[in-house]
Design a protein around this ligand. Sequence first.
Ligand code: CTP
Ligand code: CA
Length: 235
Amino acid sequence: VARAPAPGDLAGCLVVVSAGGTREPLDPVRFLGNRSSGRQGVALAVAAARRGARVVLVAANVEEALLPHEPGIEVREVETTAQLRDAVRAAAAHADVVVMAAAVADFRPVASAAHKIKKTAAGPAPIELVKNPDILAELAAERLRPGQVVVGFAAETGDSEGGVLAHGREKARRKGADLLAVNEVGTAVGFGDVPNSVTVLDAAGEVLARAQGSKVAVAEALLDAVAERLRVTTT
Ligand code: CTP
Ligand code: CA
């Protein structure tokens, strides 16, 4: 169901959106990364700006051509998870809303070699990894600004342990974000430019809204839930 966007309902708000996918260096020319394009985060930033918000878009390795050039959107480009975390937290200190749409690397190499790693007769050395901090869980636990609405994204496929919604509920409770947009991937939906199917959960894992369609439609539906949440917390 197409709904009219609500122009101006985020006027006066500062919204921070992270987008893209972080890259963790192995050496000066190589990295561990993921295929996130940043399209969903960019759609959220553009939609929030059109609804009146001032937006800081923290873009991790988003293709130049996809970055928005709109009044009201300030783009801060980063590469690694550590840089993304610093940029998001700096902006979040003043933000009314923080949306973590970026695909954050769960792990990073323990060390990045100062020089290009060479092939040796001994064969490849194993890559030792350490866990990255969970930026979303930190934001939800710390609440850098009182009344701030913290939003996460989860792409789930469902597996033998449970369906998409079951995994989403578990993640919503574990993260503690006010809103978690659970995106079904791995079937016909969720890939590239084809329609997304998104369920918005609260921190208890309860379903608040469902949305289907383009990344723009998903962005508008999620911002409806954010605006509703802001109304509740400020009145
Ligand atoms: N996220 C984050 N910091 C991380 C990992 C994820 O802030 N180190 C955020 C993502 O930006 C997203 C949400 O957490 O908004 C869910 O990411 P996801 O990868 O689905 O969750 P994980 O906790 O990493 O669980 P898993 O990958 O095992 O499913
Ligand atoms: Ca992850």
